[in-house]
Design a protein around this ligand. Structure first.
Ligand SMILES: [Zn+2]
Length: 87
């Protein structure tokens, strides 16, 4: 039973999908599912998975957190500078 890892969200029993965040969406599963992560390409099992908005490929929570953190770091929200408009 270990050769049939799901790799797409459509193969998994989704309980609820959460609003997408930075291009990713999180999904709660009805069960702890075994799947293949599209990022690290490893067999994972968890009750929550992530996907990219444009794809059904499943991403494990670890990779999701890594990706989300990387995205967050590269485009920091504060945008300093541009506050010296006056003379
Ligand atoms: Zn992964």
């Amino acid at each position: 039973m270990s050769t049939t890892d799901a790799a797409n969200l459509t193969d998994l029993p989704v309980l609820a999908s959460h609003a997408s965040w930075r291009g990713f969406a999180l999904h709660s599963l009805v069960i702890v599912a075994v799947y293949r992560c599209a990022v690290c390409d490893r067999s994972r099992d968890s009750a929550m998975v992530a996907t990219q908005e444009s794809s059904d490929e499943v991403i494990c929570p670890k990779c999701f957190m890594h990706l989300a953190r990387t995205e967050h770091g590269s485009s920091s929200a504060g945008r300093p500078g541009r506050h010296r408009a006056g003379p």
